[in-house]
Ligand binder design. Structure first.
Ligand code: 13P
Length: 250
């Protein structure tokens, strides 16, 4: 079983600016009023206040891109879950492959971040996915299961409150997309792992991310275990992003 209403999340990564954000969000909100999917935008931390203001009263939820694994204290540069909460943040991405790769985040760190988010009432969007080498070595299933197992282990019965995003590393920002069959195959594996961990697992949305665009979105989203998308590059252009959201609203 999967979620019938799709959850679509834009990940701006390290892009944007005060003026650019306002001119992106305005046409988005106009175009989105008629759409039936759930949606959120994960923005850089300095723009949370601006985006909280711009999204107020709309159906679009606000998200962060990372959260500290600690509650508070001497962790220069980090942002805590409670700080995100202060700006009405509903979702936070944890364990994005760019964090795992460039900031050496381990499975245990990602699990701790998910825990901090949940404790603050924020839904962690837990990202996982294999590298090209791992896929070619036939390790895809083992890798994603190991990454998810760490989060399940640390979060126990709260696991039904998370969102999972399958993002094959080789598909991120490369223009290479997993085929709908490849995505479905991994999503089904993740679904059964979640079901084994929680009787409430049907509530968990499993998103696909990696070069999702206006052309491939409908086919990916038609897969039975693809509950939505996590979109990078294509979420930075209002027309492209609206086309994807339209595909998700059918
Ligand atoms: P792209 O859509 O740019 O490939 O990025 C995907 C992603 O990493 C979303 O978190």
């Amino acid at each position: 079983m999967s979620q019938s209403i799709k959850l679509m999340v834009g990940n701006w990564k390290m892009n944007g600016g005060l003026a650019a954000n306002a001119s992106l969000v305005e046409p988005l909100l106009d175009g989105m009023s008629a759409l039936s999917c759930r949606s959120a935008l994960c923005v850089p931390a300095p723009y949370l206040a601006q985006m909280q203001h711009l999204l107020m009263g709309s159906s679009v939820d606000l998200g962060g891109q990372d959260v500290s694994a600690h509650d508070s204290g001497a962790y220069t540069g980090e942002v805590s879950a409670d700080m995100l909460r202060d700006f009405s943040v509903r979702y936070v991405i944890v364990g994005h492959s760019e964090r795992r790769q460039y900031h050496a985040e381990s499975d245990a760190t990602v699990a701790a971040k998910a825990q901090r988010a949940l404790a603050a009432g924020i839904t962690p969007i837990v990202c996982l996915g294999e590298s090209l080498e791992e896929r070619e070595a036939g390790q895809t299933e083992a890798v994603v299961k190991r990454q998810l197992a760490a989060v399940i282990h640390a979060n126990g019965h709260c696991i039904s409150e998370i969102v999972v995003a399958y993002e094959p590393v080789w598909a991120i920002g490369t223009g290479l997309t997993a085929t709908p069959e490849q995505a479905q195959q991994v999503h089904a594996v993740l679904r059964s792992q979640l079901q084994a961990a929680s009787t409430q697992a049907t509530r968990i949305s499993i998103l696909y991310g990696g070069s999702m665009n206006a052309t491939n979105a409908a086919e990916l989203l038609a897969q039975p275990d693809v509950d939505g998308g996590l979109i990078g590059g294509a979420s930075l252009k209002a027309t492209d992003y609206l086309s994807i959201l339209k595909a998700a609203s059918r």
